[in-house]
Design a protein around this ligand. Structure first.
Ligand code: HPA
Ligand SMILES: [Zn+2]
Length: 339
């Protein structure tokens, strides 16, 4: 059972989200509307049929639908609509800062250029900054099932938009595509001054987390829940306070865990790791950030103290300047102070 107070706190605390794929926030209704707009035949009879297709066996199974879904995104207005819809969700849920991944290769491979999607994203972000006072960073994510050469091209093609981009990341099919495949492009991104993140230890083994840390020199690990299988890795993550951006509903939907009650996020937190809660691909995984916290409250008896720690961690692990981190941490402390 979730107390009224806990539910209220989950909603009202200012939060940061650090692991969100914008293409994974494409709601069935918007997918349907854009397919109509562009005369694209979808393999679904209606919006409800799209929703009910979201049953996955594993990561690849999901990715196949996710890339197919992204095909309805064709012009600048589509990318604006996609980004705006997510930023409105953030506003509703008191997410005051978000670091959003986008997959340029998903679009450039279909002939949709940076000059189409970046201005669409930029317009929505400007509007959210002006109307909601929100801060929004972008993370350019490379698709790891493609070659490193393709990633190098994606980074080079982004050049006119570097000022809009805070970090680079690595996503898509993890097994068989280790971080070591991308050492050159990550070295180049670091040289250019970008922060670095990579998905590792979602389906892949702890060795992939080590590679992301030692070969790619990432600042954060996306997912990383399989780190628990390697005690020396756990010690290192704790000592270095390397953030893990954990996504509970995603892990459940992609069968990284069989039951939410078996999720290791609270254990990772209790072990002293810098873990955060995130929604990953909310449209596909059945919930936005609040829903992920609700799932922890229902199935892992999330305490108020653990909630406050997770929310504080979301700012500590962010790429915000130190002064802004301190500002939000003070707000959270004031709102969660007991007595
Ligand atoms: O959870 C994920 N893992 C890997 N790639 C992804 N691309 C979107 N979501 C994911
Ligand atoms: Zn992800």
């Amino acid at each position: 059972m979730m107390s009224k107070r806990l539910k209220h706190l989950i909603h009202t605390l200012p939060k940061a989200e650090l692991h969100l794929h914008i293409e994974g926030s494409l709601e069935p209704q918007l997918m349907w509307d854009l397919a109509q707009k562009h005369n694209i035949a979808l393999p679904f009879a209606n919006v409800e049929a799209i929703q009910s297709a979201y049953q996955f066996e594993n990561l690849q199974n999901f990715l196949d639908l996710y890339y197919q879904g992204a095909d309805v995104l064709r012009d600048e207005d589509d990318f604006f609509a996609l980004m705006w819809a997510y930023l409105c969700k953030c506003y509703e849920q008191n997410i005051v800062h978000t670091e959003i991944m986008f997959d340029p290769q998903t679009h450039t491979q279909r002939g949709i250029d940076y000059a189409v999607f970046m201005p669409g994203f930029a317009r929505a972000i400007q509007k959210a900054k002006a109307e909601f006072g929100m801060s929004v960073y972008l993370i350019l994510s490379f698709l790891r099932h493609l070659s490193e050469l393709s990633a190098l091209e994606a980074l080079a093609d982004a050049r006119p938009y570097y000022s809009m981009i805070t970090a680079v990341g690595l996503d898509s099919s993890e097994l068989g595509n280790p971080p070591s495949k991308f050492t050159h492009v990550f070295a180049q991104a670091k040289e250019l001054g970008f922060k670095l993140v990579a998905h590792a230890g979602e389906e892949g083994p702890p060795e992939y987390v080590w590679e992301a840390l030692e070969l790619l020199r990432v600042d954060r690990i996306d997912h990383g829940v399989r780190s628990i299988e390697d005690s020396s890795l756990m010690a290192y993550l704790k000592e270095q306070q390397i953030p893990l951006t954990v996504c509970p509903l995603s892990n459940l939907k992609l069968r990284v865990v069989n039951e939410m009650s078996q999720h290791n996020i609270i254990q990772l937190l209790d072990d002293g790791l810098l873990v955060t809660v995130n929604s990953d691909d909310p449209s596909y995984f059945g919930g936005y950030l609040d829903d992920n916290f609700h799932a922890l409250a229902h199935h892992l008896s999330l305490s108020e103290q653990a909630l406050a720690q997770l929310v504080c961690n979301s700012f500590t692990a962010s790429f915000l300047p130190e002064s802004q981190k301190q500002h939000w941490l003070a707000q959270i402390r004031a709102l969660t102070a007991t007595d």
